[in-house]
Ligand binder design. Structure first.
Ligand code: ADP
Ligand code: MG
Length: 304
């Protein structure tokens, strides 16, 4: 397994000692070369997870391993080296990715020069990377004169500059229109395939499942569900546009953690009247979770 998070916890201590649990025992496994989408409501811990995996912030407890490295046990110096040599980042805001007054080629060469690469070598690699993201003819345009989609492509080239083994993108298409976003995802997929680069993309876009191999959803700092692609036999004549329809479907699954816990979506709990206590019934098809009616709380002295 390339990435393993077990019971990962991140607590931020705010002013006046208030503690905020950004990750609350998150379990996640990602294989080398996988391309995974991460979705979840705002504040659910997506960016925190990415920052932990990228070595930008240190988790509080649990396990976080990437490529055999234990991120909780590394020294500051080791973490610095890890971040510089192994991880590529793409952020949502282009200003965080690019220096506006440098041209595209200079922007891509910059992190390499900062990491000690000779100017000539950096320029050469920058040119190759810009070619790879399909922007060779824009190499001498300053970042501020590039379109949003072009800036995202350059951001990807920058992220790849130091030849990382892990690519982390935090809402990389957040400021792009749908068509441009589609092109950027396409580029992510191509790079993932060609370079075998393990790629994690945080997105608020519910359609992300179509762009990646697997989607995990985070709720309250925990892994809550997964959407997987399942190939099904679709008879072309029964689909709207005939044979052009992709022959696959997306199935949303709930994650059962190592301790046997699962999260039942709020809407489902509300609709079925599932409260603090439920009945489990084993049937031939699986386990049935039934509401208890009426809910008594005084029974054994436990209050809800
Ligand atoms: P998301 O990216 O899913 O919107 P975040 O990971 O940014 O969520 O945040 C998760 C929670 O942690 C939020 O409640 C957020 O306010 C809090 N948080 C994130 N970063 C910090 C920080 N540096 N200091 C304090 N609290 C933070
Ligand atoms: Mg975020």
């Amino acid at each position: 397994m390339f990435i393993t998070c077990e019971n990962l916890v991140k607590i931020f201590t705010l002013a006046d000692e208030v503690e905020l649990l950004a990750l609350q025992g998150l379990d996640l496994e990602i294989e080398q070369g996988e391309m995974v989408g991460i979705v979840g409501a705002s504040g659910s811990g997506k960016s925190t997870l990415l920052n932990v995996l990228g070595g930008l912030i240190r988790p509080t407890a649990g396990t976080a391993k990437v490529g055999g490295r234990n991120l909780l046990k590394m020294s500051e110096a080791e973490l610095d080296g890890y971040r510089r040599d192994e991880v590529g980042f793409v952020w949502q805001q282009s200003t965080r990715n690019l220096i506006p007054w440098l041209n595209a080629a200079e922007n891509v060469a910059y992190p390499m020069i900062m990491a000690g690469t000779k100017q000539r070598v950096a320029n050469q690699r920058a040119a190759e990377l810009i070619e790879m993201v399909g922007l060779a003819e824009r190499a001498d345009h300053t970042a501020e004169r590039l379109s949003g989609g072009e800036q995202a492509r350059i951001a990807l080239a920058i992220a790849l500059a130091n030849n990382p083994s892990l690519l982390l993108a935090d809402e990389p298409t957040g400021e792009l229109d749908t068509v441009t976003a589609e092109m950027v995802y396409e580029l992510f997929r191509t790079l993932n395939k060609e370079l075998g680069l393990t790629t994690l993309i945080v997105s608020h876009d519910p359609g992300i499942a179509r762009q990646v191999g697997r989607v995990v959803s985070i709720r309250d700092g925990k892994l809550a569900g997964e959407t997987v692609r399942s190939r099904i036999a679709v008879n072309p004549s029964t689909t709207e546009n005939g044979a052009d329809q992709p022959e696959e479907e997306f199935e949303e699954l709930i994650v059962l953690d190592a301790a046997g816990r699962l999260q039942i979506p709020q809407e489902m709990r509300d609709e079925l009247g599932l409260k603090r206590r439920v009945k489990l019934e084993q049937t031939d098809e699986g386990v049935l979770i039934k509401p208890v009616q009426p809910e008594k709380t005084e029974q054994d002295g436990e209050s809800s």
